[in-house]
Design a protein around this ligand. Structure first.
Ligand SMILES: [Zn+2]
Ligand SMILES: [Zn+2]
Length: 381
């Protein structure tokens, strides 16, 4: 089959590789019809992780089941399914507690937890930016889609990561109906957090970014766009909340946060959240941070540390939730919202590309090219 292979920093190619096959009776093979390029793919693409060359990217996957192992009960050949980016076993302590983001079984490294398709440090599993994907524990890791799966494919594919991840950021912030919320980062995850806040009846939603295309998409769903290349965003939030700060905040940027002039400051978003969220407010952080970042321009960053304004955070009595989203905790409910026409996460999609054009897609998304807000690869096209 054809697959998108990582060769080295900013170097990917579509290459012929062996087809995946059923390796265990609980496996499912999926013919991928939609697979997204994600912002977290870019950290790996830029060479800012220890993702191994020769591996296949792609953790936001949807497709049609073409083969099942003889231990698979629920999933049938022909089902349209979306796969959470987390790979869970279904029977470890964490999976049984709905924490499939930190499965112990699927992560091969001692002392670590959590696995994903095509992801640095999250197990040996191939990604889905390819014609076929092997899904371990298929009954557990495939979400079956209803009869409008083909028609709403660009919506349902967001169930694999960014919609549940945005939802999780808002959930961890503790948002209640009528609250105000500020979301730092208007990339795909930040926009999904804004959509989620809207579905959860936030009264005021503010999205901070500097790219006009992203800010426009935020405004399209009723959020207030704050351009941090023009104004100090924390001051802007305080001005809009009677000087008190927003009730809730979300971090949807991650460790490669930078000033508009390009200077990287991994702690800048977290510190702005501390400033712009009220006393006793809540913060949900889902932007990627990593324990080591050898490519970081500063010494703290190399060790995965940030200069965090913990004093003010403590003084304000804020709560903070961190980490990757447990997709399976939310994906059924979010599927129902899409099916019922109450949520249309595909409004952020700017490009649908055949797999052959994936290298060009990476280049454009990595350059934050204007109007390139979310790319879906279509391996069947
Ligand atoms: Zn993703
Ligand atoms: Zn598990």
């Amino acid at each position: 089959m054809k697959a998108l292979i990582y060769n080295g920093p900013r170097d990917v190619s579509v290459t012929e590789v062996p087809d995946p096959k059923i390796e265990r009776p609980t496996d499912v093979l999926v013919k991928i019809t939609s697979t997204n390029i994600c912002g977290s793919d870019l950290h790996m693409y830029e060479g800012r992780t220890d993702f191994e060359s020769g591996r296949i990217f792609g953790h936001e996957n949807l497709g049609e089941v073409v083969e099942i192992g003889n231990g698979v009960d629920k999933i049938k050949v022909g089902d349209m399914v979306a796969m959470p980016f987390n790979i869970g076993c279904g029977h470890c302590h964490n999976c049984e507690s709905s924490l499939t983001n930190y499965c112990f079984t699927m992560q091969p490294n001692e002392g670590m937890a959590g696995a994903a398709y095509g992801f640095a440090d999250m197990g040996p599993y191939d990604g889905g930016q390819a014609e076929y994907l092997r899904v371990p524990y298929g009954d557990f890791n495939c979400l079956r889609l209803p009869e409008d799966a083909r028609e709403k494919e660009n919506d349902y594919v967001m169930l694999s990561d960014i919609f549940p991840t945005g939802w999780h950021a808002v959930e961890m912030s503790g948002l209640q109906p009528g609250d105000s919320i500020v979301i730092y980062g208007g990339g795909p995850v930040g926009l999904m957090a804004a959509l989620s806040a809207s579905l959860k009846s936030a009264a005021t939603i503010m999205v901070v970014d500097r790219h006009p295309d992203r800010l426009r998409l935020a405004e399209e769903i009723g959020a207030i766009a704050i351009d941090d290349s023009k104004d100090d965003p924390a001051k802007e939030v305080l001005d809009r909340t009677d000087g008190l700060g927003a009730d809730r905040g979300c971090e949807c940027v991650g460790y490669q946060a930078h000033e508009p002039d390009g200077e990287e400051q991994p702690g800048i978003t977290m510190n702005r959240l501390v400033q712009s969220v009220k006393f006793t407010g809540g913060i949900g952080s889902v932007g990627v941070f990593i324990p080591q970042d050898t490519g970081s321009p500063d010494e703290l960053g190399k060790q995965g540390q940030i200069a965090f304004d913990y004093g003010l955070h403590w003084f304000k009595g804020q709560s903070l939730g961190n980490g990757q989203a447990p997709v399976k905790r939310y994906n059924r409910q979010l599927r129902a919202l899409i099916h019922a026409g109450k949520a249309k996460p595909s409004w952020i999609v700017s490009h649908e590309l055949p797999l052959a054009q994936a290298p060009d897609g990476y280049k454009r998304f990595d350059a934050r090219e204007d109007g390139c807000t979310k790319i879906i690869l279509k391996p069947g096209a």
